[in-house]
Design a protein around this ligand. Structure first.
Ligand SMILES: [Zn+2]
Length: 740
């Protein structure tokens, strides 16, 4: 019918008019008479969808002025209903309430236009303007002069709407397919999208693979689907959006299955989040069940919608931990019936271990503990920001399979379960290799595993170390010296390696030859010659150092001065024109001097070589998300005064009332109030006065007093400054105090 000579010239004309004018509003005056003539009608209006609003807008040019009418996408108007239902309707009398209510119980005809003019609307043909299955607008044809609109008018309307749809999509900047925007931006090529879409892959599966394999961010995928569906994108922001109260009538499994969540913002205005917001049938169903008449529609990724619905989602990677554990759990809990590596459950175990490693990296954990328990599930714990947290449990029946999997990954002997073993494994996350040190320990309850995630990537910039201004200036002066020895001291886990690499990163220029001997090499930097020492084969720090001295170095890092031989060699190297960096396990900077003298180092040599000693600790920082100011109590103020020392209070102004900060606890920080850590520092500089005390081998307290006169501030003082600055809270300062 549509190819019939009756319509073809008009449709061709329409097409060329649309192509001639850049925008629809410019073309409207040419297009309108053509369309009206096609249908034999008196008036028409064209509504375009607005992406950031749940509404339609029709624009008219009258002379130089542009007028617009806005209509919400809802059953409360004819155009709004057609947009919502995405189906055409043919109304023979808009003034007949029974005809309207048969279409939708709340459908109304807006008669303002008729009332404000002599025009009387008799019948309406209303057609959705779609493109690539996405609603772009609505076309209304009014008053067929010769009887009612017919079935063939409906079909013709569909054809005209298709032509308009192309134009609308172009104007609205829409895309034909969900992921076109990613292709346009060059983030992925079309061939990859086609491959990922093969075998009827669901949108959820395609998105997951785009994220895990193509490393495309959630935000980019969100933008792509927002542009395609012409609705705003909302990611998972639990602090900004909450589940809307009135959604209880929809059951959870229905919502999960259809990837729909009804959320509300702070003002409690409902937003229907859909993974595929062009699904009109679903939207109509939801609307009728929940009975809300005013809402916005937005698009989210399927996993984000599930997160709003309360599912814990592990992000991209080998599936959700709970899901895998569910799968494993259904296999039974019988302790005697151990699952081995080659059973049907093996792939689940493989994924489980992979999930544990991914979660650890995502949580920024430093260590993972797989702890066997006698007759109980295995506990999976992780150390995050220095504190061990319970993360999950593995059924006892799968304990051996999990341990075996880790041992295989670390190339350890699976059969040997009676003696401890050490190894290393590497896994990939977001395309980046992550190195993990693995130690197995046989216990009476079975074999346990502790894994340390080695820091990946480059060094921290020195400016990010959060050094006080005085310490930063002094440290820069020290490390610019061509020779001498700088020591970074503190207990295990005080961030010494991070600091040394920050310093090396600062010094690492092409004109310098830098050698490092480390155990293990945790941070790698291009430009450094890094060597892993291995005391097992008698390749010690002292031996590495002697080798370096034959290899024309400028700067040498010796991982640790464990013994007199290494300490002595380090001092020698610094006295012969090299800058030497090293560490010691001492608590404070002045104490380090007496420790080295006790080792038998010559006080004159040492004090000549030493440029400075940096003692440090890591303390937890307040979670930025739930940080709140409060007025310090009398007790806290007196704690500050007592621990900073009355003699030094002129370092800062202690306003009263004094404002301090603390973390209330929120979802982002697991209700701890803390997120991340920062260093606190005590930097000793070797002044002539201090040097003469070292010559005399005086006591730690005498040397400390001189250091304080020279401007040093203690770890506790530095922690107090960081609490006053709002980085941390008073209880973290107390922890430092406890360490001396
Ligand atoms: Zn928090």
């Amino acid at each position: 019918m549509l190819d019939s000579p009756q319509y073809k010239p008009a449709l061709d004309n329409l097409k060329s008019q649309l192509e001639t004018y850049p925008t629809l509003i410019d073309a409207f005056h040419q297009v309108e008479p053509v369309i009206l003539e096609l249908f034999g009608a008196q008036r028409m209006s064209l509504f375009q969808r607005r992406r950031q609003h749940q509404d339609l807008v029709a624009r008219f040019k009258t002379g130089k002025e542009t007028k617009q009418i806005k209509v919400p996408i809802s059953p409360l108007s004819i155009a709004g209903y057609v947009a919502l239902a995405q189906r055409p309707i043919n109304i023979s009398d808009p003034y007949d309430p029974s005809e309207l209510s048969e279409i939708h119980p709340r459908l109304r005809f807006a008669d303002q236009f008729d009332k404000s003019s002599s025009f009387k609307t008799q019948n309406i043909l209303c057609i959705p303007v779609m493109n690539a299955d996405v609603l772009m607008g609505v076309m209304q044809i009014i008053n067929k002069t010769d009887g009612d609109f017919s079935q063939s008018d409906l079909e013709l309307g569909g054809e005209v709407a298709r032509l308009l749809g192309d134009k609308f999509r172009y104007e609205l900047g829409g895309t034909k397919h969900q992921f076109d925007y990613l292709v346009h931006r060059g983030l992925v090529n079309q061939k990859t999208i086609d491959e990922l879409s093969e075998n009827n892959a669901t949108t959820k599966q395609i998105i997951q693979r785009l994220m895990s394999e193509q490393r495309i961010s959630e935000q980019d995928i969100g933008n792509a689907i927002s542009i395609h569906y012409q609705v705003p994108y909302i990611s998972y922001l639990p602090d900004k959006y909450h589940l809307f109260q009135h959604d209880s009538k929809l059951n959870l499994s229905y919502l999960k299955r259809n990837h729909v969540a009804i959320v509300a913002d702070a003002s409690d205005a409902p937003i229907i989040l859909m993974a595929e917001p062009n699904n009109a049938g679903l939207l109509m169903e939801i609307e009728s069940v929940i009975g809300i008449h005013s809402y916005d529609i937005a698009v989210s990724l399927p996993t984000q919608i599930l997160q709003y619905l309360g599912e814990s989602v592990g992000g991209s990677g080998p599936g959700d931990l709970d899901e895998i554990l569910d799968e494993i759990g259904s296999a039974g809990e019988d302790d005697d019936d151990q699952v081995d590596e080659l059973s049907d459950d093996a792939p689940a175990v493989v994924r489980l271990v992979s999930r544990i490693l991914h979660d650890a990296k995502r949580l920024n954990a430093s260590d993972i503990h797989i702890d066997p328990e006698k007759g109980a599930p295995t506990r999976v714990r992780m150390r995050v920001d220095g504190v061990v947290r319970d993360i999950n449990q593995v059924p006892a029946s799968h304990h051996n399979a999990v341990i075996a999997r880790i041992k295989i990954m670390a190339s350890l002997n699976i059969a040997e379960k009676r003696v401890p073993q050490d190894g290393k494994l590497t896994f990939r996350m977001s395309g980046q290799p992550v190195e993990v040190r693995v130690a197995t320990i046989p216990t009476v309850a079975g074999e346990g595993v502790v894994m340390r995630i080695l820091a990946t990537g480059g060094a921290m910039p020195i400016g990010k170390m959060n050094l006080s201004e005085r310490n930063m200036d002094m440290l820069e002066t020290m490390i610019k010296k061509p020779h001498g020895i700088l020591l970074v001291v503190g207990p295990t886990g005080s961030g010494k390696t991070t600091t040394l690499h920050a310093i090396l990163g600062y010094l690492n220029t092409p004109d310098k030859k830098i050698w490092t001997a480390e155990d293990p090499v945790e941070i790698t930097q291009p430009g450094l010659q890094q060597v892993q020492v291995s005391p097992k084969i008698d390749f010690t720090f002292a031996k590495a150092l002697r080798a370096f001295l034959r290899a024309d170095p400028d700067i040498i890092l010796i991982g640790e001065m464990r013994d007199k031989e290494t300490a002595h060699a380090g001092i020698e190297a610094s006295l012969t024109g090299h800058l030497v960096l090293s560490t010691l396990h001492t608590n404070s900077a002045p104490e380090t001097i007496t420790r080295l003298l006790d080792l038998g180092l010559d006080p004159v040599n040492f004090s000549d070589a030493c440029v400075g000693i940096l003692a440090q600790r890591l303390i937890r920082t307040i979670c930025a998300n739930c940080k709140e100011p409060y007025v310090a109590s009398e007790k806290e103020i007196s704690f500050i005064k007592r621990n900073y020392g009355e003699a030094y209070l002129s370092d800062f102004t202690l306003d009263e009332p004094l404002t301090l900060h603390r973390g209330k606890g929120c979802e982002e920080c697991g209700d701890t109030g803390y997120k991340g850590r920062t260093g606190v520092h005590e930097l000793l500089t070797m002044t002539p006065d201090l040097r003469s005390l070292v010559y005399k081998e005086t006591s730690v307290s005498e040397m400390k007093a001189q250091c304080m006169l020279d401007g040093m501030r203690t770890l506790t003082q530095d922690a107090i400054l960081k609490a006053l600055k709002g980085d941390t809270d008073i209880s973290q300062v107390q922890i430092i105090g406890g360490h001396g």
